[in-house]
Design a protein around this ligand. Structure first.
Ligand code: SAM
Length: 319
């Protein structure tokens, strides 16, 4: 459905979508205290991606600290901060960024409500450690019981919806909430890799459905969602899809252009996204022929196995 939304290039409290080309610190300075309901982001991980300069870990933490401090300032009384991170990798050593960044939030008197594990299936194949297949979302609020948490819009189907109480005063009645169950803190959501419908040239997009769940549970219609490290605009897209306001900063011009294009498509209802709660593709269920190992075919057996062994070097590259 088409919406009437203008994309502003600078923050204004009455805007509905703000796409700022520049540093998040500069944009944050323009945002009033306690005006944002949800701050959600995936910051650079300091691993030398094309949009970042790898720096000393202490310097990286200091930079993150400056942004997080400003985010806390603009956070509303009932608001949430969700910081989505993976690992910093140094010479084969894994350093979980959430462990390093957690104290920064606690020092600002924030409370962690969940450390959500985001599990996905695709990524680099490691040869000297187990391949990394999860990242985390740290969710913080202020020290208040009045933080917004709307569970009903994000409930997921029950495993046994027909289950009934078998004893007590409710015996014989259905025991499940008909709206579904709490999705828990382990989220299985495909990451945005080559054949994902949302894939762009950006190397590190997070999926829209991941952010939709946060937007729906932690904000109400008309609230502001802010992403300091916007990338392709995913957070604004999730916000607009659910009638929230979205703002974000991005330093790279080509990603600002990409984000603008995607936000415009969201506004006119033509952006293709992977629907929230769509089951993860199961190759077996879908009769995908690639799940049959070629070496089970007697004729090809030897040649194929030999070829795979010869290629092993290739699979070990990304350690
Ligand atoms: C991990 S990516 C975020 C991707 C985003 N979640 C998405 O779905 O497209 C981090 C982004 O932050 C941008 N960036 C880096 N430093 C920044 C800064 N100081 N202010 C704003 N954006 C910045 C990078 O160019 C990069 O696109």
């Amino acid at each position: 459905m088409q919406k009437q939304i203008n994309i502003a290039i600078d923050f204004g409290i009455n805007e509905q979508a703000v796409l700022y080309h520049g540093s998040c610190i500069d944009l944050l300075k323009k945002i009033p205290d306690k005006s944002i309901q949800l701050i959600v982001t995936s910051p650079p991980y300091n691993i030398g991606k094309e949009y970042e300069k790898k720096t000393k870990l202490s310097r990286y933490i200091e930079q993150q600290s400056q942004v997080i401090k400003e985010c806390e300032r603009v956070l509303s009384e009932s608001g949430s901060i969700c910081w989505q991170v993976g690992n910093f990798v140094d010479n084969g050593s894994i350093i979980p960024l959430d462990v390093l960044l957690y104290p920064l939030f606690i020092d600002l008197n924030l409370v962690m409500r969940n450390r959500i594990i985001w599990h996905f299936e695709h990524g680099l194949h490691c040869s000297r450690r187990f391949s990394g297949r999860y990242e985390t979302i740290m969710w913080f609020t202020r020290k208040t019981k009045k933080y917004v948490f709307n569970l009903d819009p994000v409930r997921v189907p029950q495993k046994y919806p027909a289950k009934k109480y078998f004893k007590g005063p409710k015996a014989g009645q259905y025991s499940c909430n008909p709206l579904g169950k709490n999705p828990g803190d382990l989220w299985i959501v495909p990451n945005v890799k080559s054949n994902h419908v949302e894939k762009t040239e950006h190397p590190c997009q997070y999926p829209v459905e991941l952010i939709e769940r946060l937007v729906l549970s932690m904000t109400n219609e008309g609230d502001w969602v802010f992403d300091p490290f916007l990338g392709t605009g995913t957070s604004i897209i999730a916000a607009i899809m659910h009638n929230r306001r979205g703002a974000g900063a991005e330093t790279e011009k080509k990603y600002v252009e990409l984000a603008k294009n995607h936000i415009l498509k969201t506004i006119d209802g033509t952006l293709k996204t992977r629907p929230m709660n769509k089951p993860v593709y199961d190759p077996k269920e879908n009769g995908n022929k690639l799940i049959t190992p070629p070496w089970q075919d007697a004729e090809e057996n030897k040649a194929t196995q030999l070829m795979l062994f010869e290629q092993r070097g290739k699979y070990c590259e990304n350690s």
